[in-house]
Structures are given as C-alpha cells and as structure tokens.
Design a binder for this molecule. Structure first.
Ligand code: ZN
Length: 162
C-alpha cells in the first residue's frame, strides 16, 4: 500500500479485523518510512461472488440479505430471536460457499434454509418451504402438514399418559 502521507510504498499491518458482517476486512497500517497510520478495507470482489441460478435460468449474485429477508418473512411474529435467524443464515451462507464454487441453484439455497428452519421452528419452516416452492405439488405439502399434525398428536398422547 502506498502511504497517503509520504507516498512511501512499504508498511506493516498492525491490526486486522472483520467488519460489515465479515464482508470486509479492515486493516490498520503503519508506514515504515514516516510512521503515520492509515486504514484500508479489503472486500471480496463482486465477480468472485457465487452466482445464484434461479429457476428460470437467470443468474444473480449471491445475496445474504435476500436470504435474511426470506427467513424473516417466514418467521413473522414467531418467538425466534434475531440472533438465531442471523446465525441460521450465516450457517447456510458458509455451507454454500463451502460446497459450491461459481454457481449454486436457488433451490439448493432454499433447501438448506428449509433444513435449518425445520430444526428451529416448524411453522416458520412450513411458511418458508411453501414460499420457495420446495414442495413439488400440493400433495407433498399436505403430506408434510399431516406428518406435522401427527407429531403434535404424539406429544398430546404422551401428555395423556401422565
Ligand atoms: Zn509514510
């Protein structure tokens, strides 16, 4: 990095920390010539971002925000903390970046959100799953609702035993 004070081109990094939700790295640098300090930000290049392939074949850059919005819409007023939602999205984001390099089908992202929402809150899960058309048809959705109803019944039956 060229020093903004003396234009000397040699410095040492004295501090590095993630910022902007880990989308950028903030580095504190010290010029080796004049000793003044300055800050740089390092960002993942837009082009290096994974592209999401939508159902209709169009490509859009991977967006954490759009997943967050989907999860928040599905959760509605359910008693789920903001932290739990953000953590869920982070885990999905990490797994996508781990398993895919250039492109990821939108259905794959939807599937991963579904899996994690299901463990978190069944109502939010059903809302999200139907929203993202994970279910191929209504009968599949009906089967899922039925198995949910059965699970609720199991809990009630268990309560009757006491
Ligand atoms: Zn300098």
């Amino acid at each position: 990095m060229v020093c903004p004070f003396c234009q000397h081109n040699d410095d040492k990094v004295i501090d590095s920390r993630p910022t902007d939700g880990a989308a950028a790295i903030r580095r504190r640098r010290e010029c080796l010539k004049c000793g003044k300090r300055f800050t740089t930000f390092e960002r993942v290049e837009e082009a290096a971002k994974i592209m999401v392939v939508k159902r209709d074949g169009t490509h859009v850059p991977f967006s954490r925000d759009s997943i967050v919005r989907g999860v928040q819409a599905a959760c509605g007023k359910r008693p789920i903390s903001e932290e739990a939602k953000q953590r869920l999205v982070s885990l999905v984001e990490e797994s996508v970046y781990h398993d895919f390099e250039r492109e990821v089908p939108s259905s794959e992202i939807g599937k991963r959100v579904c899996e994690r929402l299901r463990a978190l809150d069944e109502v939010a899960y059903i809302r999200f799953a139907s929203e993202y058309h994970r279910f191929k048809d209504v009968s599949e959705l009906a089967a899922e609702l039925q198995s949910m109803a059965n699970r609720v019944k199991d809990v009630k039956d268990q309560q009757k035993l006491f």
